[in-house]
Ligand binder design. Structure first.
Ligand code: CDP
Ligand code: CDP
Length: 222
């Protein structure tokens, strides 16, 4: 039997940073499901598919062969034979991902892949629908959030560190728009699973959040 921890929440809440650290500490595999939606988005961008072309997205997604491999413990996303991992963290891919993620064929394809991965290994998986749809039986479910101001500031700092010029208000506006789209879509919207524990990281350090979640997991496993 394998263990699973589900972490859901809005953009910039700290899901991937925290999940990666917990995976190392517990010796679990970290599965970044957002990267799979971003890879699907990249495929649509490459094919010049319009983001509103629902029907076309639903058909053409079958041609995107997305597989996941691990290199030195880091998740790598292979799209039709090419490693696209480094191309996924752009704002363009994030925005497009939120559009393709509305499509039920896209979701079915990626959820199947995610469920297969969790069957055989201990996983900590982050996304939007992990606790509600992908792993409804997860041992621990966390809904990680923070105020939109704080989340925008975190993203802003990341970009500034990379030398990118950006506008904080613009980032916050984009984050709010993406949250709204993710929370209001028909298929698997972002919401807290009834049995998920809410963690608001607005005033917490990364290590505090990591410790809190590990503590919740250990208590549950006793
Ligand atoms: O995966 P998600 O979009 O939820 O967020 P992330 O990319 O892991 O985190 C966004 C940024 O917030 C990263 O630069 C983290 O270092 C920072 N951060 C955090 O994750 N948690 C805190 N408590 C404070 C800052
Ligand atoms: O890191 P960040 O929170 O900015 O985004 P991400 O986790 O990489 O996800 C990008 C987009 O993919 C989200 O805005 C969602 O629309 C979608 N997504 C989803 O619908 N379901 C998931 N399990 C993961 C991501």
């Amino acid at each position: 039997m394998s263990y699973s921890i589900a972490i859901d929440g809005p953009a910039g809440a700290g899901k991937s940073t925290i999940a990666k650290k917990i995976a190392k500490k517990l010796n679990f595999i970290y599965v970044d499901t957002g990267a799979m939606y971003r890879a699907m988005a990249l495929f649509m961008i490459q094919k010049q598919v319009d983001r509103e072309a629902e029907e076309l997205i639903g058909t053409i997604c079958k041609e995107a062969d997305i597989t996941i491999v691990y290199e030195n413990g880091e998740q790598q996303v292979i799209l039709n034979g090419s490693n696209v991992t480094k191309l996924l963290r752009t704002e363009e891919a994030g925005k497009m991902a939120s559009f393709v993620a509305k499509n039920k064929n896209v979701r079915k394809k990626l959820v199947d892949l995610q469920q297969k991965m969790a069957k055989t290994t201990d996983v900590i998986m982050d996304g939007r629908d992990i606790g509600t749809c992908v792993l409804p039986e997860a041992d621990v479910k966390i809904y990680l959030t923070a105020s939109s101001k704080e989340r925008a500031l975190r993203r802003y700092k990341e970009l500034v560190e990379k030398g990118v010029t950006c506008d904080l208000d613009e980032i916050e506006k984009d984050i709010i728009a993406r949250d709204e789209q993710d929370m209001n879509r028909e298929v698997s919207p972002l919401k807290k699973a009834e049995d998920a524990i809410l963690v608001d990281s607005s005033n917490m350090t990364i290590d505090e959040v990591v410790e809190r979640i590990i503590d919740i997991f250990r208590k549950k496993m006793k």
